[in-house]
Design a protein around this ligand. Sequence first.
Ligand code: EPU
Length: 421
Amino acid sequence: MDKLIITGGTQLSGELRIAGAKNAALPILAATLLSEEAVSVGNIPHLHDITTTMQLLGQMGVRLTIDEKMNIRVDSNETNKFEAPYELVKTMRASILVLGPLLTRFGQAHVSLPGGCAIGTRPVDIHLDSLIKMGAEIKVDAGYIHAKASRLKGCRLVLDKVTVTGTENLLMTAVLAKGTTVIENAAKEPEVSDLAHFLNAMGAKISGIDSDVLVIEGVEKIGKKDLHYTIVPDRIETGTYLVAAAITRGQIKVKDTRPDTLDAVLDKLKEAGADITTGEDWINLDMHGKQPKAVNIRTAPYPAFPTDMQAQFTAMNSVADGVGTITETVFENRFMHVQEMQRMGANIQLESNTAICKGQQQLIGAPVMATDLRASASLVLAGLVAKGETLVDRIYHIDRGYDHIEEKLAQLGATIKRIAR
Ligand code: EPU
């Protein structure tokens, strides 16, 4: 199993290109199942979850080709198996995203039920209840969701909770349903909007994009000849590198990104003392060598502060000037990084869903590991400022969501290497 060894203490500086967003690429690849024409998707990040998605589609009979620039061409016209097997779903929960497209285009879907997860119970009840309202017959048996339907019917769906993949599944389903579907309390994450733009580019009729009420006029089929679609840049990857620079009191320019999708994160970095300038597709952050100031954070659905950036800010608060609180409201168990950071000397107290961090002058390198993607990334960030060597184990979590992390950090001056042992 690969590990990362980081020797802390270097102030990061330099420029970096941001990859396409994992959480937009996954639903968009699932949405290619809806298209009657082959479609090409670009700015795909080089990640494990992408490989898993390609395997998932491939075993259904979908034809995929990938070129050296990571453009993926997908032709789903020969799909002949309508299943997401347990072996793939257990490694990637986002496999649930094929449920809606398979059901609405092919009339059936058999998707392994994603189990619990390191960050919370993460049920899919909202996906299933809403599909039933649209006319689907759903049975859960032996760990699998079995869904069937003739043409689904549009209706009004008021989601109990803001759910990102839930909104995406229903959006994809509604595109081919009969009549109008209205999704209220929809997620507004930029990745949901990117999926909606992709669906419209294929001929869907979605309005209300970027708002929490999505209106979808169902059509009989979608697909546009020679369509090439470019995935939105990854705002969480962007935020993670900005924190890497801030925590090391350094300077960074991130390019090929979308500052307009990061308002809440940039505000908190400014509050921490970062000097930030932005252009249309770049962000420059400069700490001018200063220690960051502790900040208070409360996670919530977009446009509020993202849960996927919470662990990284916990790392920053652990070496910041002052006391900062991090309150997690989206997932019930997303503080696994805290115990590992404590082993590095961080002073963090957990009280229910809040982590109270008292900034320390110095963290000390230690062997650490985490059980989810963003928590693992936050340990790498802690390692960048810790004294001595930090060994981050189980980095397959990081490879699921960060494109070439050690190369990108090394490019900024970090002392980091991957070892296979
Ligand atoms: N929820 C339900 N019932 C449902 C669906 C969700 O109760 O049917 C609850 C969840 O348990 C959670 C809350 O609603 O408490 C929000 O969960 P959501 O459904 O929005 O999460 P998700 O769609 O499973 C996506 C991202 C996550 C990100 C969350 C929140 C993808 C592939 N995953 O997950 O990304 O944290 O939205 O923004 O888009 C990551 O990239 O590291 C990651 C975990």
